[in-house]
Write a protein that binds this ligand. Structure first.
Ligand code: ST9
Ligand code: FAD
Length: 619
């Protein structure tokens, strides 16, 4: 028995019963991946995740890698390497990679369903194992040379990194100072120090490919200020032959420190120094200066990964809490609590524990539905691209959903893991005997990296709503409204649909208040004052969380409709319980989460500038 408790039944429910993924499997670009194969893949990955992958989760936390400054190395614990090898040897990491890099094409929805299982059981494995996925990105954007590199990254199982952050450039990536100096032979020398780089040193593969944002110097027309002046370079740990992958000289990029962290300790977070004692040779990706846009292809995938990781952790946190609650006997039933001789009961009998368990269950299921719904939109994007006619609407909807998956998913998961899942264990939750304390420590990072929650909120409002002129949001509103106007649930979800309608109205009002403030900040309009933009900034996280709540409620109710239908048929006892649980989650979420949006609306509509007017000394 390992720490990891998966919920494959709910994953399959979303994929096949709610989102109808059967329609995309087994045809077109996914001809070789039919429903039966996809289910078998999920079963096997689930089994692997619960056993070999999860086995080293705690051990690797207790004895994390140690950095040796003499050799610039930070080898990983043997137990973790065993888990990592089990994953790589299974070759499931190839699922979802295109055929061009020797992958096994599959719809993104299957890939993210599978990813939940790895990210829930041992998330660092996923990170070290994503080199081939980086290879896809290099292949997609590259010259012939780069395409060979992209393919080698899969064939040789090389590990890769994304290298943006510097000591003075975190959220503000455009403040980066790392330089790239052009060389006669067409390569570049990279100089500078990057910070917090995941997977930049380890002993899992003989090569590491760093994808580095740096500012070219001395070349006319490129290398200006901000993010737009950054270009993307492939910087290998070792020089190599692009045809054979044979390694050559050590390149001048060295890890000069590994951070001591609160959690996710087996994932090495490194300071990376370029060109200190010897040149760090780099190759411009695609031979075009388009660094930030190229890097965002990686970031988008990584933001989806972080949200999925967070939600996967909450899921196993909840299932561990549920198991504990079913066996922990403490106190008498509330209705007998004046009777000192009343029998003691398991804590699942206490209303407050039930409140907590249902809160965990409904958020987990709502957010899993959010991840897989977003992945199903990515299926649309991928299918349209494969057919040669990009689907701009689906792309914009995916863009809109990504900050919600990442920002809402990570904040809700990390908070609930602490306030509800760990809490269910009482004092035992604080001990290392149970996985909860590690889950809380490991999940906190999800609100920080790949853009903090504040950045996700701003991305949502300014880029995904305002810049998109509300089109993707309108598309989503249309879908929710269509559901509201349907007879979903055949009368059995009437109250919940009303709550959803009110929630939708409240979130629309929050968005409208923010849009009005944004307009009132325009100095070109009469009375326009740029300071009104602060009112928007005071509400971007509120909008992120509120919209997340509405989307999760909608998806949960869609699931409840499917479950109610299923409950009309002949079912085994366990299936009956499963579907009853689905209806209960949706009802609970609608009744306990959505009404809170009314107060969020009042706060948003009454936002003033008091917080911004307050002198710093008064804080
Ligand atoms: C990190 C890694 O934290 C942690 C875990 C690592 C684990 C690695 C392993 C797993 C990864 C697996 C990946 C596999 C690869 C998959 C590939 C797929 C095949 N969407 O608004 P502007 C672009 S890493 C798309 O003016 P500022 C766009 O080009 C560190 N693009 O921004 C835009 O131009 P335009 C993570 C976007 O004011 C341009 O940027 N660090 C988006 O200049 C400029 O935009 C962070 O995440 C978007 N949402 O800069 C930094 N947004 O407008 C967080 C921007 O013309 N900070 N672009 O289209 C931010 O995101 C800032 O808002 C900022 C601001 C840097 C963008
Ligand atoms: P800051 O940007 O200094 O932010 C500090 C606080 O201010 C935050 O609360 C933030 O939300 C807020 N804030 C900042 N700017 C604004 C704003 N404009 N509006 C509102 N609030 C704002 N980076 C990589 O390049 N590659 C990696 O592989 C990588 N892996 C990482 C792994 C770990 C374990 C960690 C801790 C970090 C990693 N990072 C990586 C860096 C990570 O992406 C950054 O830490 C993150 O983007 C935040 O930057 P920062 O830490 O400098 O915080």
């Amino acid at each position: 028995m390992t720490h990891y408790k998966s919920n494959l039944r709910d994953i399959k429910f979303n994929l096949f019963e709610v989102l109808g993924r059967g329609a995309v499997l087994g045809s077109g670009p996914y001809e070789d991946m039919d429903v039966e194969t996809a289910e078998a893949v999920l079963d096997e990955v689930d089994n692997l995740a619960r056993t070999k992958l999860a086995e080293s989760f705690a051990a690797a936390d207790r004895e994390p890698p140690v950095f040796d400054p003499e050799t610039h190395t930070a080898p990983l614990p043997a137990a973790f390497k065993k888990s990592f090898d089990a994953w790589m040897e299974s070759e499931f990491y190839k699922i979802g990679l295109p055929a061009e890099v020797d992958g096994q094409p599959a719809p993104p929805s299957l890939r993210w369903a599978m990813n939940e299982l790895i990210l829930g059981s041992n998330p660092a494995i996923y990170m070290y194992a994503s080199g081939p996925k980086f290879g896809e990105m290099i292949f997609r954007n590259g010259t012939e040379r780069d395409q060979k590199i992209g393919k080698l990254m899969n064939d040789k199982r090389w590990v890769a990194t994304m290298v943006l952050t510097e000591p003075d450039a975190g959220s503000d990536v455009g403040a980066g100072r790392t330089r790239a100096i052009p060389q006669q032979d067409g390569s570049w020398h990279i100089e500078g120090v990057k910070r917090f780089i995941t997977s930049a040193e380890h002993d899992l593969s003989d090569q590491i490919i760093h994808l580095v944002l740096a500012r070219p110097v001395g070349v006319e027309g490129v290398g200006g200020p901000g993010t737009k002046g950054l270009s993307l370079f492939i910087v290998p740990k070792y020089e190599f032959d692009v045809d054979t992958g044979d390694l050559g000289e050590r390149n001048g990029v060295y890890v000069t420190g590994v951070e001591h962290k609160m959690g996710l300790k087996v994932s090495n977070t490194c300071e990376l120094t370029f060109g200190a004692d010897q040149p760090a040779k780099g190759y411009l990706l695609g031979e075009v200066h388009d660094g930030i846009a190229q890097m965002f292809q990686v970031i988008e995938d990584a933001r989806m990964m972080v949200g999925t990781k967070a939600i996967a952790t909450l899921s196993t946190g909840y299932l561990n809490a549920l198991e504990y609650a079913k066996s922990r006997v403490q106190g008498a039933d509330l209705v007998n609590n004046r009777d000192r001789t009343a029998p003691r009961v398991t804590i699942t009998h206490h209303p407050d524990v039930r409140r907590s368990l249902l809160t965990q269950k409904s958020y987990v299921e709502g957010m899993r539905a959010l991840v897989l719904y977003t992945a199903s939109i990515q299926d649309k994007v991928a299918l349209a691209a494969a057919g040669g006619e990009p689907d701009a609407e689906a792309e914009a909807l995916n863009d809109l959903l990504l900050p919600i998956v990442k920002g809402y998913g990570s904040e809700k998961s990390w908070t609930l893991l602490g306030t509800e899942s760990l809490q269910t264990f009482g004092g035992s939750g604080f001990l290392t005997d149970y996985p909860l304390e590690q889950y809380v420590r490991d999940a906190k990072i999800d609100t920080l990296y790949e853009g903090t929650t504040a950045i996700q909120g701003q991305d949502l409002f300014f880029r995904k709503i305002i810049r998109n002129q509300g089109q993707a949001l309108g598309q989503l509103q249309g879908e929710v409204t269509a559901f509201l106007e349907s007879q979903a649930g055949n009368g059995q979800l009437k109250d919940e649909r009303e709550l959803l309608a009110k929630g939708l109205e409240d979130i629309e009002a929050i968005g409208t208040a923010m849009a009005s403030s944004a307009m009132a900040a325009d100095p070109r309009v009469p009375g326009g004052d740029p300071r009104n933009l602060y009112k928007v900034g005071l509400n971007t996280s509120r909008l992120l969380f509120g919209l997340g709540d509405v989307i999760c409620a909608w998806l949960l109710l869609r699931g409840a409709e499917v479950a109610l239908d299923a409950l009309n048929g002949e079912l085994s006892a366990s299936e009956k319980s499963f579907y009853e649980g689905k209806v209960a989650s949706a009802r609970w979420f609608a009744r306990t989460v959505l009404p809170k949006l009314a107060s969020e609306r009042v706060i948003a509509e009454n936002t003033d500038l008091a917080a911004m007017d307050l002198p710093e000394d008064a804080f």
